[in-house]
Design a protein around this ligand. Structure first.
Ligand code: FEO
Length: 401
């Protein structure tokens, strides 16, 4: 596939990873991803970001459609993570650029990744723009969005914000712009990406958006480092609005029930809890961990008002998939949720306590759960229905408060 002109003399020259499915525990489903890189042809020919090491060849081929790679003067590394910097050693070696620009923190992270002794590594001036000739690049640090070294690059002459990981989505497709693909797919993939990568940094995200708005930057294109680009005022406003919504994590009347089961007792309890939530007018999603990856769950948890987690007691603990789910969820720091635990047991029955404590540890407002010895009979199922109703009533009260 060809390099794509995104503005006059500015080209997408990135790589498409059609087959990628795992991103450090986050399952990309089913769309793969792109590692976007952008080439600006000005007096100083400048490449913004690269790709993983294995994609250096694809990147160089695409660059070669636009210019001789050796004519590149500057490379800007907006972030040190290897999906954007892995190809740097080969590119620096082949291109021998005059400068490799990065943030103050990326000077450290790149040095910790690669042998940079012979690189022309240069920390950007955050106060004065970098002249490329007709264009000027303003660098803005976005620390912890999502690494300490993250920064974005803004080119006012083109009204272009190269936003690095922010505003990205993991979608591998032939199209390069958001307005060329289905909006439902786009929103779900942007939400999935946010829920699984950006969520812990929501306060920083809101501050960064506020900062961009205060600076009153004139932006008519946001070019992230993953997925499709947002062009035109309407799509730029759309993704910023979505991000604010994702970051605020305002609860909705959605309740997500997540569970694993040994002999289907906990599964029967999950169904009964769902029935109670339904009685209370909540929109229920039931997600068995045998059928749903933890990243599918997080996509649903993002705007849920309640999360109910079930596991049988197993070896005085909880089933490993539930433990993994809780560990993953805790790291992503979801906010504004009501939580409850449920589960069956044989003789010791620790699972609801363990889950309940984990939910409290995450700051959830918890409601006492239900446990059941071996197989739930009518009384236990009724208690599960009641649990669903209680959680539903608490969520309804929260939504109207
Ligand atoms: Fe897409 Fe943080 O790298």
């Amino acid at each position: 596939m060809k390099a794509i002109a995104i503005k006059d003399d500015i080209y997408w020259v990135g790589a498409i990873d059609w087959q990628r499915r795992d991103f450090h525990g986050y399952t990309i489903s089913p769309h793969g991803t792109t590692y976007n890189a952008y080439l600006v042809k000005d007096e100083k020919i400048t490449l913004f970001d690269t790709a993983p090491a294995a994609f250096a060849g694809e990147l160089l081929c695409r660059i070669a459609q636009v210019c001789d790679p050796k004519s590149i003067d500057y490379i800007v590394a907006n972030h040190g993570e290897m999906d954007h910097s892995g190809a740097l050693p080969e590119l620096v070696d082949r291109i021998r650029p005059e400068k490799v620009f990065c943030s103050p923190m990326a000077a450290k992270s790149l040095a910790a990744h690669y042998d940079v002794a012979n690189w022309p590594l240069t920390v950007v001036d955050l106060k004065a723009p970098l002249s490329l000739g007709a264009r000027h690049v303003h660098f803005v640090e976005t620390r912890m969005l999502h690494w300490p070294d993250s920064m974005v690059s803004y080119i006012p002459e083109d009204k272009l914000l190269i936003s690095q990981d922010a505003f990205g989505q993991n979608i591998a497709c032939a199209q390069r712009f958001a307005d060329e693909i289905d909006e439902g797919l786009l929103r779900s993939q942007a939400a999935r990406y946010y829920a699984n990568i950006v969520l812990p940094y929501s306060p920083v995200t809101l501050k960064a958006i506020e900062g961009i708005e205060k600076m009153d930057l004139d932006i008519d294109m946001i070019a992230p480092d993953h997925g499709v680009l947002w062009r035109g005022a309407s799509d730029v406003a759309k993704i910023i609005t979505w991000y604010k919504e994702f970051a605020l994590q305002k609860p909705t009347n959605k309740a997500v029930i997540v569970y694993d089961t040994m002999w289907k007792s906990t599964e029967a309890m999950a169904q009964a809890v769902a029935s109670g939530l339904d009685d209370a007018g909540m929109a229920v999603r039931i997600m068995a961990l045998k059928a749903n990856h933890r990243s599918d769950v997080m996509e649903e948890v993002l705007n849920a008002g309640a999360v109910l987690i079930g596991s049988p007691t197993h070896n005085n603990g909880i089933l490993p998939p539930v433990a993994a789910m809780l560990t993953y969820m805790k790291g992503l720091k979801p906010k504004n949720k009501i939580g409850a635990a449920f589960g069956s047991y044989g003789w010791s029955g620790e699972s609801t306590k363990i889950i309940g404590e984990a939910l409290e540890d995450m700051g959830f407002e918890t409601i006492p759960g239900v446990k059941c010895q071996f197989v739930p009979k009518q009384d236990t199922l009724a208690a599960c229905v009641e649990l669903g109703r209680k959680v539903g009533a608490a969520l309804a009260a929260k939504l109207t408060a």
